[in-house]
Design a protein around this ligand. Structure first.
Ligand code: DGL
Length: 290
């Protein structure tokens, strides 16, 4: 039996029209699917929503790693040519392990977001140009497990050690989004509770460091005002995935790409949520318990 994280040495021959594997604890990773469908409409994908275990945020790191490995191996076995970890919590805890364990390239959501903020001037970064001022403060909202992991801070420190970065765990958001609640008094109260301290710090950019959170972006925008940039890591993540596939000559040219949705929990509930959040009818969701 292989140890946790040990690579399966089966040789893979990948075809350019093989699917991209994407996973999250639930509907949050659909923000990545949204970006993927827009940027790479010819790509097939398999989306795995681990709804039997959502939310990941309050869970033990070892458990989160275990789920990530099982799902990563499952998607690799399905013939995926690339794995997009559409979950900050899994990226924070399991990115290195998945890269070691799998034979296909793996992209997480944290590094592309931090690079977008810290990247070189004139290269698409959100960093202010030319005024010689200190790097403006950044807020990062994420799950408890992602905050505790220190993954965002580590990434910022390795790039811009002096930039002020303020983290905030937001445990109420994921259950609200999973229940399809993205506006109204419950959302407004939670947004105020979590974002008020960041607003006070004068943040100029807010990284939505959990893939569920962009579904609440309207409420964030109302509370923070137009002077704070909201960063959805999905766009940068998909861009990175595209670069990797282009480099390997594996971009799809399929005019009828296949989209498969799989959940570990109730498939009907996931089908309804996915149809709502993707704003298109999802006809079928398979249930696969790993
Ligand atoms: N959407 C995930 C993330 O980006 C997981 C949220 C959760 O299940 O707590 O972190």
């Amino acid at each position: 039996m292989r140890k946790l994280g040990e690579r399966d040495e089966t040789t893979l021959s990948l075809s350019n029209n093989a699917p991209i594997g994407v996973f999250d604890s639930g509907v949050g990773g659909l923000t990545v699917i949204r970006a993927l469908e827009k940027a790479m409409p010819n790509e097939s994908f398999i989306y795995y929503g681990d709804t039997a275990h959502v939310p990941y945020g309050p869970r033990d790191p070892e458990e989160i790693k275990f789920f990530a490995l099982q799902i990563g191996r499952y998607l690799e076995k399905q013939g995926c040519k690339l794995l997009l970890i559409a979950c900050n919590t899994s990226t924070a805890l399991a990115y290195d392990m998945l890269r070691q364990a799998l034979s296909i390239p793996v992209v997480g959501v944290i590094e592309p977001a931090v690079d977008k903020v810290c990247g070189p001037k004139g290269a698409g970064s959100l960093q202010e140009e030319g005024n010689g001022s200190a790097e403006p403060p950044v807020g990062v909202i994420a799950t408890q497990a992602a905050v505790i992991s220190g993954a965002f801070q580590k990434m910022f420190t390795s790039r811009q050690p002096h930039r002020p970065v303020y983290m905030m765990a937001c445990p109420a958001f994921v259950p609200l989004v999973e229940a399809g609640i993205t506006e109204g008094p419950q959302v407004e109260a939670a947004v105020k509770e979590y974002l008020a301290p960041l607003k006070e710090k004068g943040i100029r950019t807010l990284i939505m460091g959990c893939t569920h959170y962009p579904f609440l972006a309207d409420a964030f925008r109302v509370f923070l005002g137009a002077e704070v940039d909201l960063l959805d890591p999905a766009i940068e993540t998909v861009r990175r995935g595209r670069e990797i596939l282009a480099g390997m000559g594996l971009l799809a040219d399929n005019l009828q790409p296949q989209r498969r949705f799989v959940s570990s929990g109730d498939p009907e509930q996931f089908r309804k949520g996915a149809s709502l959040f993707l704003d298109q009818p999802i006809e079928r969701v398979e249930q696969v318990v790993l």
